[in-house]
Design a protein around this ligand. Structure first.
Ligand code: ATP
Ligand code: MG
Length: 391
């Protein structure tokens, strides 16, 4: 027998993350985000009765697509396909009967929760009553430790919900509760993971990519576009700024001794990023930098690079191992795109022995040979803006 079509999806969030005075705002944001996520899946009503979110489905809602979308919504700890019925125990038993027709199992348990504390039975009494009922109907055995099937029952004010499997949500905070930031996205493995982690902490993200045009092709930009499109499933709309950096790099090369160049490229990237961050009203800049990974990412160099910007630079991957980053990239689906070959501007004009301990004096001296604001302007003149949406 095939399973009946679910009436609704029930989603739970992490209570602890949402405590305090911000709670109503967080829940409003989560429901707004869900409303965007279910676009195109027919009319779906979204409610948030005490501690949970309900999405009432319609005849056309395809559960596999809805489930896939819900699995990307930050703030959701878990969710399930659920069935609704009146709150009377008899009605719950009748629904359970109908649902169990399509299931075979030898052991089970009932996990009842009351959202409505005025309900005449306690959760324990309901567990016992429904447990007996299921035992009589199916001859299955109760196993509280490792049941094959858990039958969840939630009593709300006007209805009861019955559901089985809890599917994992991504956790985190609803996108939008933590403000807007600008992420430097390279097309490599790290920066998409850094962006994901900041979204997971509730940020909305604008993206900025530097490509090596006109001295390289724009292949790296195509990867950045693909990565941004992929990440947009968590925030529903994104803007990507693309800046041609090849000519800025060439002018740095002409005027700066080789060991300092890499740090200078980064300082110019940040200066350009800061201008774009102001246009975007972004409160911080995000990078995929990671301590000690490459020459540009020693503590000395990170410090000197940071000096070029006034906005805070956030580096969510600073203490990760490369293996951990790769694992996350695979889990969030960015890895296959990131490892495609491209023409990364960071590899353009790279000196054989970049300095690992640049000193601010030396850097500032080198920059006196450059028209700093002119180079920033030159980069900004090439900016292209692209928009992405999901679904
Ligand atoms: P990634 O895997 O993100 O490319 P990485 O390990 O290659 O990082 P770097 O090349 O030193 O390290 O870059 C450090 C960070 O600087 C990147 O994570 C990214 O945030 C930013 N960055 C580097 N290159 C670019 C670029 N072409 N466009 C935008 N941001 C960049
Ligand atoms: Mg890189």
């Amino acid at each position: 027998m095939t399973e009946p079509r679910p009436d609704c999806a029930v989603a739970h969030y992490h209570e602890i993350a949402l405590k305090g005075g911000n709670r109503p705002m967080f829940i409003r944001r989560l429901t707004d985000n869900l409303r965007k996520a279910v676009q195109g899946l027919g009319k779906i009503r979204i409610l948030s009765p005490r501690g949970r979110i309900l999405l009432y489905l319609n005849e056309e809602t395809p559960w596999p697509i809805l489930s896939e979308r819900l699995s990307g919504i930050f703030g959701i700890a878990n969710f399930s396909a659920a069935y609704r019925c009146p709150t009377e125990p008899e009605a719950i038993e009748a629904l359970v009967n109908r649902l169990l027709d399509s299931k075979t199992f030898k052991t089970f348990r009932i996990s009842a929760r009351r959202g409505d504390k005025a309900y005449p039975l306690t959760s324990m009494e309901l567990n016992i009553r429904l447990g007996r009922h299921v035992q009589e109907k199916t001859r299955a055995r109760v196993d509280l430790e490792q049941p094959e099937l858990t039958i969840h029952v939630e009593i709300l004010q006007r209805e009861a919900l019955v559901y089985f499997e809890k599917l994992g949500g991504p956790g985190g905070l609803p996108v939008g509760v933590s403000g807007h930031v600008l992420s430097l996205i390279s097309g490599g493995i790290d920066s998409p993971v850094a962006s994901y982690l900041m979204m997971k902490r509730g940020c909305t993200i604008g993206f900025l990519h530097f490509h090596g045009y006109p001295h390289l092709t724009k292949a790296s930009l195509e990867k950045a576009e693909e990565l941004v499109q992929h990440l947009t499933r968590h925030q529903f709309e994104s803007r990507l700024y693309a800046v041609a950096f090849g000519e800025v790099q060439r002018l740095i090369v002409l005027n700066v001794p080789p060991p300092l160049r890499v740090v200078l490229y980064r300082r110019f990237m940040l200066r350009i990023a800061e201008e774009i961050a102001h246009r975007e009203r972004a409160k911080a800049i995000i990078t995929g930098e990671n301590l000690g990974q490459v020459a540009s990412q020693t503590l000395d160099n990170l410090t000197v690079i940071q000096e070029a910007a006034r906005l805070p630079i956030l580096r969510p991957l600073i203490g990760f191992d490369k293996d951990e980053i790769i694992e996350t990239a695979k889990a969030i689906g960015t890895y296959p795109v990131s490892i495609q070959p491209d023409q990364d501007c960071c590899r353009l004009f790279i000196p054989p022995h970049p300095s690992v301990a640049a000193q601010l004096n030396d850097i500032e001296k080198a920059e006196r040979n450059l028209d700093v604001s002119g180079l920033v302007k030159m980069g900004l003149e090439t900016v292209e803006r692209m928009a992405f949406t999901f679904p």
